[in-house]
Each structure stands twice: as C-alpha cells, then as structure tokens.
Design a protein around this ligand. Sequence first.
Ligand SMILES: *Cc1c(COP(=O)(O)O)cnc(C)c1O
Length: 491
Amino acid sequence: MSEMKSAHTPPLIFEHSKTGRRGYKLPALDVPEEALDAMIPAALRREEIANEVEVSEVDVIRHFTRLSKLNVSIDAGLYPLGSCTMKHNPRINEEIARTPGFAHSHPLQPDHQVQGNLELLWHLEQTLKEIFGMPRVSLQPVAGAHGELTGILMVHKALAKSGNPRKYILIPDSAHGTNPASAAFAGYEIRELKSNSRGTVELSTLEAAVTEDVAALMITVPNTLGVFESEIRSIADILHAKGAYLYCDGANLNAFVGIARPGDMGVDCIHSNLHKTFSTPHGGGGPGAGPVGVSERLVPYLPAPTVERREDGSFYLDYSHPDSIGRMRAFNGNFNVLVRALTYMRSMGPDGLRRIAQLAVLNANYIRARLKSSYHLPYDAPSLHEVVFSDKNQTAKDVHTLDIAKRLMDYGFHPPTIYFPLIVSGALMIEPTESEPKEELDAFCEAMIAIARECDERPELVRTAPHSTPVRRLDEARAARQPVLRWNPAI
Ligand SMILES: *Cc1c(COP(=O)(O)O)cnc(C)c1O
C-alpha cells in the first residue's frame, strides 16, 4: 500500500509512538500476574500493540480527528451518487428518535406498555398509505431489497393460492440491480425486457413477453435513467389482463412524492426507501427501512403482525392473518428509523413533501442543462430526479468515466454513480437531490466543466487522478474482496 500514499496521508497512530509517552495511567496491578494469565486467554491478548504504542491523549485525539476529516459525507458537501438519494438528514429527526420513550423501550414489552410506539407505527402506515395511494403498508422490511423480496413473496403466495405460482418475473434492462436478485431469491427465473430508444418499456415488447407463466413485472419508477415510465397505466393493464402483478420499485420516490401516487397507476406492490426519499441516514451499512405498500389483492398476504387500532383508540399487534407470508423481520423492523421518517413527513407536511419532488427534479434538470454541452446525454427523454451522462465525448482522448470520477475527488466532490445503469456505456449517473443549494450545484457543474476542458487539453492529468487524496488509485476489486479493516503490523 505504501507506494500509493501521497503527501496527504496522515501518519498511523503507531508512527506517533514515543517511548515513555502516556495518555492515561492505570493503577498498579494489585492481583498476581499468574491470575491474569488464567483469566484472559493468551489468544485474546495483543501484546505487540500494547508494548509498541506509547502516545499521549493529544496525539490520540488529533490522530482520530484528522482521520474523521478524511470521511466524505453529506454533511460536508454534495454527494451526487445517482439512485442513492444522498440527501440531508434533518437534525430534528435525531432529536425525536432520542426521546426516552422511543429510545429506551424494549421490543419485548407488552402492547399496553408501548402504546406510543404502536401509535407511531400506525400513523406512519397511514401516512405512507396516503403517499402510495395503497390500502395497506408493511413497515417490517429493513432495506429496499428486503422490501422487494417481501413484495415478490406476497405475489408468489397470492398466485400459489389461486393454483399456480408461475415461473418468471419480467425485469426491464433499466431496472435497479437488486430487482433480479430479489426475484431470484424468491424462487423465480428472470426474463429481461429490452428498453426502447426513450429508455422506457415498449408496450409491444411487454405484450409479447407476458405469458401465462409470468408472475409479475418489476419496474423501477422513475427508471435508472431518471426517466418516468409514462405508459405505466397501460403496462398495468397488460399485466392484469394476464393475471400477472405490477411491482414498482419506488426507492427514489423523491422524484414524484406528493405529485403522483403509485396506487393510482395500477401498481400492486411498491417499496420505498426511507433512507433515501424520507431522509433517514443512509450508507455505511447502517439500519434502513423499505416499507412495502400493497393493493387490495395482496392485503391478505402482508407480513404479520400488523399494527391495528381498536374502537377505543388503543393499539395492538394483530397476528391473526392466516394467509400472511409470515414475519420478514424480528419485532417491528428498524423502529428508530421509522421514528425519524415519520418526524420528517410530519415536519414537511403534504405541501413540503410535494416541494421535495419539485426541487429534486429542478436540481437534476439544472445540472443536465449546465453540463449537456460538455458531456454526452445518451437519452433525450426529460429527466426526473437524476440525469445520466456518458463519457462518449471524452473517449477520443482516451479519458474514461472512471478517470472523470477520480478527478472530481481532486475538486472536493464525491463522484457520481459510474458505469450504471448498464444500458449506457460509460455512464455517469448524477443525483443532486433537493437539499442542495444553487451555489453547491454551480460549484459541482463548474468542476465538471473544468474537467471536460482538462480532458481536451491535459488528458494525462485526468487519467492519473486523483492527485490530492490520501491514497491514489486502488485496486478496487481487491479492496472490496479483501478489505484491511484494522492495523496489522505485517502489512
Ligand atoms: C437503492 C435502491 C434499491 C436498493 O435499496 P437497499 O436499501 O440498498 O436494499 C433498490 N432500487 C432502487 C431503484 C434503488 O435506488
């Protein structure tokens, strides 16, 4: 790794070590050393570190503070990862999630002791029902992909009940990558649908593909090109005429929340990511939530238990759903994420939620307009919340998408999603989200335009980027497969 370090690499904590330096003094040992040997197995002791690192408290604090500043985060600037919706997480969400009644309750407490928690879940379901335009919503799934699996298992059960679970799930080539994985996990085979030149589903292609063996179409709306499937109603009709279901991947509902409702489009099942559209923290593998809304036909198959309200206004968990697919998650999903999401919905209100979609679309189109003379736009259809460019204008200089993304880091921006969607060669997928001010969008566009100029005038500079980061180009496949997550004296 050492040859990849640049002048900006901070020293390791072990390199600060000075003989005799102390941050903290422990009292003298008052038990015999042999007793320690018996208490702590040799395999659990890391003597080489304890003996080697001698640092003061100042060294330690500065070391970790410097390291923390190397983190790229939405709190430090624009994070335009397409399809990820890296938007601001309002701090009021955190305040409410820390309310002792929410934060200190235990999942095994009986219903009568956690009425407030159940009430919150009930209200969140009511709010999502309204947003989706669907009769019921399950809050159990803890990720977008988990919501997809939940939805497809419900479709499977509904079809099995009527005699034949069928064999195939249709998935357009513009879908999110988790869709085929979830469908396969639920036991289905995947058939890919080719998009038309607008980047959307072609009705005649769909009609030819929907046989009696097709269980559902999983469609991402807007799709991964950021394009709205404007024929969604006809798509639903074609599927329903053949007894198949329409699954909508609504992870990025910030494109039309408060403006259009999936239930009104004929969707049978939809998930949305609270850690995208509804501002709960996102990334780092932390807890998420992917609630699933269903149409009337799928209600009997929802995960159990559901939260219900009695006539007297009290709440309870209802397990009496004989056709339920069962539990998808212990207890009530990621409860504290659900608290944050309802806080967000309530603090925005209906008009605020609509405003999210308006601004998300405006911001993406602003970037599209500013960058389209520098970068190639593979699809002409109007963009919603994100815009996809390609490296076609730059490849003549042997500069590619990866190089452009790396160079952006020198300008202080997190790169956009790259090489996705797969139907665009050399894709650069940019999603600014609605929480960015115009100044930040301008700074990003100016960096992108400057890089396009560099691709013409100094391609080598872009090809060898980044130049200012602690580590330069990594072997990314190896870094993902064999991550080194803690210091090891042998490396
Ligand atoms: C992020 C995303 C998913 C997957 O969500 P996870 O929470 O990461 O499982 C699915 N579909 C789309 C369109 C997405 O953007």
